[in-house]
Design a protein around this ligand. Structure first.
Ligand SMILES: Cc1cc2nc3c(=O)[nH]c(=O)nc-3n(C[C@H](O)[C@H](O)[C@H](O)COP(=O)(O)OP(=O)(O)OC[C@H]3O[C@@H](n4cnc5c(N)ncnc54)[C@H](O)[C@@H]3O)c2cc1C
Length: 370
């Protein structure tokens, strides 16, 4: 099968690339390894509402105008993170909990319905015949002027040919899955290896409750802990806006980032971590277990489509890829790097994904691949 543009990766950057190409009438095919689209935007639908609990990204920051503009274009509303009330500080080694007046001022936004709404709305705009999920790309090679992409789909090996390759995934995943030794210079491969995948070593815990009892006690849900396993927690209630413009709570939830580094977490099984998180919540909020409905947990470090061994073992740092250094090599080979980690600004964030895609689409339109 031959197609002008093949997009590898069905996260925000892949789907956005697909939508923008479609709007320009430029042919494309998107290959995604997983059964679900969204990549790091991973949500679990609430059992009683249409809202999603976010196991991946939660926030959009005020300076991130490109993602805010996209949300406006997609007609997706967003609201400020709930921070009304006091914060808690949990001291090391059971030394107690301090209540501090007023949580940090709200300086980030949450998408109504959860981040998965972005993926669902984008998908509804794209011709689904051009999207192939459960297609794990295992090989990319360039023969003459053609890209040959090999993918595994349900024990079947499939081959696709393309003029342009749009890589909508993190640099380290290119090295892990896409055989760049067939086409990239050794310097470029080394740079792919050096750029960390943002939040790939993180794990997130969500507890869903019958009531938002912390709010009733004048607490914001914000917690900083030296004890762990969660080192930072926030209110994660799903909000909707009523016809009169009021914020209405649809679900009651808290979420926390696990502070135990990924390479230490490997010593514990998932049930031990979940139990330790629930114990911590019970210490912080007396009788919280009585209100507990369900829990969700995702350890991103154990997912081979997001985390490499380096992501697990290194200290987290912000991605920074020297795009200008490789522009002529990439242009010569018809490779376009659309993953968030390749952005010149806010790399690794949703904002970065939008910026990286904007750059790629402008270049593709210039090369006229209709
Ligand atoms: C826990 C967590 C919290 C975060 N919090 C925030 C936040 O609050 N705000 C924010 O802005 N950002 C946050 N981020 C980062 C944000 O999620 C990413 O910037 C964004 O989702 C990146 O999108 P992407 O499409 O570039 O990459 P990805 O979402 O990583 O998509 C890449 C896709 O490629 C697919 N793929 C990989 N290998 C193959 C293969 N061999 N064949 C086919 N497909 C393949 C993957 O399955 C995936 O779907 C967070 C991330 C995590 C994990």
């Amino acid at each position: 099968m031959h197609i002008n543009n093949i997009i590898i990766g069905g996260g925000l950057s892949g789907l956005l690339s697909a939508w923008y190409l479609q709007k320009q009438g430029i042919p494309y095919l998107l290959l995604e390894a997983k059964p679900k689209l969204g990549g790091r935007i991973l949500g679990v639908k609430d059992s009683s509402t249409e809202h999603y609990h976010d196991l991946g990204p939660t926030w959009i920051f005020p300076h991130q105008f490109n993602i805010q503009q996209l949300l406006e274009e997609l007609n997706i509303p967003y609201v400020e993170q709930y921070t009304r009330g006091d914060a808690l500080f949990q001291k090391q080694g059971n030394q107690g909990i301090i209540r501090t007046e007023g949580a940090g001022a709200a300086s980030m936004y949450r998408v109504i319905g959860g981040m998965t709404t972005i993926i669902n709305v984008l998908y509804s705009k794209i011709d689904s015949r051009n999207i192939k999920t459960e297609h794990v790309v295992t090989n990319t090679t360039k023969v003459d002027d053609q890209w040959i992409i090999t993918a595994q789909h349900n024990n079947e090996t499939k081959s696709f040919h393309a003029n342009n390759l749009i890589l909508a995934l993190p640099p380290r995943m290119i090295v892990e899955h896409l055989t760049p030794t067939y086409w990239a210079s050794s310097e470029l491969i080394e740079h792919f290896k050096q750029v960390p995948t943002w939040m790939a070593a993180q794990a997130k815990f969500i507890s869903i409750y019958h009531s938002s009892f912390w709010r009733e006690k004048g607490l914001s849900g914000q917690v900083f802990s030296q004890q762990g396993p969660m080192q930072e927690m926030h209110d994660a209630c799903s909000i909707d806006i009523s016809e009169t413009g009021e914020q209405v709570n649809l679900t009651n939830a808290l979420f926390g980032f696990i502070g135990v580094p990924a390479n230490h977490r490997q010593q514990y099984d998932e049930s031990q971590i979940k139990e330790a998180c629930l114990n911590q919540l019970n210490q912080l909020y007396e009788n919280s277990e009585e209100e507990l409905d369900s829990i969700l947990y995702k350890d991103w470090a154990t997912d081979a489509f997001f985390a490499s061994a380096r992501d697990i073992n290194e200290q987290p740092k912000h991605p920074d890829f020297p795009m200008d250094q490789y522009m002529s090599e990439l242009t010569q080979k018809n490779i376009f790097l659309a993953g968030s980690e390749f952005s010149r600004t806010d790399a690794g964030y949703l904002e970065g994904a939008v910026c990286a895609v904007n750059d790629v689409i402008a270049k593709i339109i210039n090369t006229d691949n209709r």
